[in-house]
Design a protein around this ligand. Structure first.
Ligand code: IPM
Ligand code: MG
Length: 331
């Protein structure tokens, strides 16, 4: 069969880890006699340099044509003082939003081989195996009004956290469906003691739960969730939360496993009019400009993002092969 994959290496270590991931995919494609058609596109800082835009229209076109898109990392220090609309990260947020991939799955799993690299005591890592399901196309990242207005003491920065019932319901159903294939436990994270968006979030989650009577549901406030993640991470199976909470807690989750360089992710949920599913596969880590170009970046998160891609394309045998090699490398 033919697999059309778009690679968007991006900035910093993004190019290095993407190159390694592509080597692995090419090798597996050859082994399984798949016709891997690989295209490379521009997104992020490199796209600003070459086209003036962090998310060129051509990149969107290529992503819509591909069976899947593998992405590296985005962000460069030279843009640190640029306004949000002119930053490399805008490219990443743009492609997530226009493709409509509202569900970002971030699996956090402890491996014996890395147990001593974790900042947590060894015994806490036993049985750690969760997926952080992060809502990806709503909330503070996209809400309006936003911006900086006024001058002097009245200069004001504004962002808006907003969610509709539809946005909460679809990510909740995604979380419950995933839980059904695992330990059948969903923990919904919110801040319903303070935020109206969180009150609606909890209400909608509670309304949907009876559709999945075989799955156990509980709720945690986000501050408590941050604490529970280091206190007893093995208690979690599926965690579901809004965009920014998911951004923050997934960095915390990643380092529990020993290195932020270990966490892959899959951004899914969107279907094209043709019926095809759209998927973006990217590591959770950033562009790490401080170590870029030194050949020391850990490519495993990207390689495992490739494994998540193969599973979503129902190429489980190929995915298993890479997974076995990955385990051997870690050992
Ligand atoms: C992530 C990253 C991005 C995000 C940045 C680079 C915009 O931190 O994927 O977690 O905040 O979503
Ligand atoms: Mg992040």
């Amino acid at each position: 069969m033919q697999l059309k994959v778009l690679a968007l290496p991006g900035d910093g270590i993004g190019t290095e880890v993407t190159a390694e991931g592509i080597r692995v995919l090419r090798h597996v494609a050859k082994k399984f006699k798949h016709d891997l058609v690989l295209t490379e596109g521009l997104l992020g800082g490199i796209a600003i340099h070459k086209t003036g835009s962090p998310y060129p229209a051509e990149t969107e076109r290529l992503a819509l044509e591909a069976d899947a898109t593998v992405m590296g990392a985005f962000g460069l220090p030279e843009f640190d003082n640029a306004p949000p609309a002119m930053r490399p990260e805008k490219g990443l947020l743009g492609i997530r939003k226009t493709l409509g991939v509202y569900a970002n799955l971030r699996p956090v799993k402890a491996y014996d081989a890395l147990i001593d690299s974790s900042p947590l005591k060894n015994h806490l890592l036993k049985g750690v195996d969760m997926i952080i399901v992060r809502e990806l196309t709503g909330g503070l990242y996209y809400g309006t009004p936003r911006g900086i207005t006024g001058v002097g003491d009245e200069e004001r920065g504004t962002n808006t956290m907003t969610y509709t019932r539809m946005e909460i319901a679809r990510i909740t159903r995604m979380a419950f469906h995933l839980a059904r294939k695992r330990r059948k436990k969903v923990t919904s994270v919110d801040k319903s003691n303070v935020l109206e968006t969180s009150q609606l979030w909890r209400k909608v989650v509670l309304e949907i739960a009876p559709e999945f009577p075989d799955v156990q549901l509980d709720h945690l406030l986000v501050d408590n969730a941050a604490m529970q993640l280091v206190l007893k991470p093995s208690q979690f199976d599926i965690l579901v939360m809004e965009n920014m909470f998911g951004d923050i807690l997934s960095d915390e989750g990643s380092v529990i496993t020993g290195s932020i360089g270990m966490l892959p992710s899959a951004s899914i949920g969107a279907q094209l009019p043709s019926g095809a599913w759209v998927g973006l596969y990217e590591p959770v880590h950033g562009s790490a400009p401080d170590i870029a170009g030194k050949g020391i970046a850990n490519p495993l998160a990207l390689i495992m993002s490739g494994v998540m891609m193969l599973r979503h394309l129902h190429e489980d045998t190929a995915a298993d092969k890479i997974k076995n090699a990955y385990n051997a490398v870690l050992e």
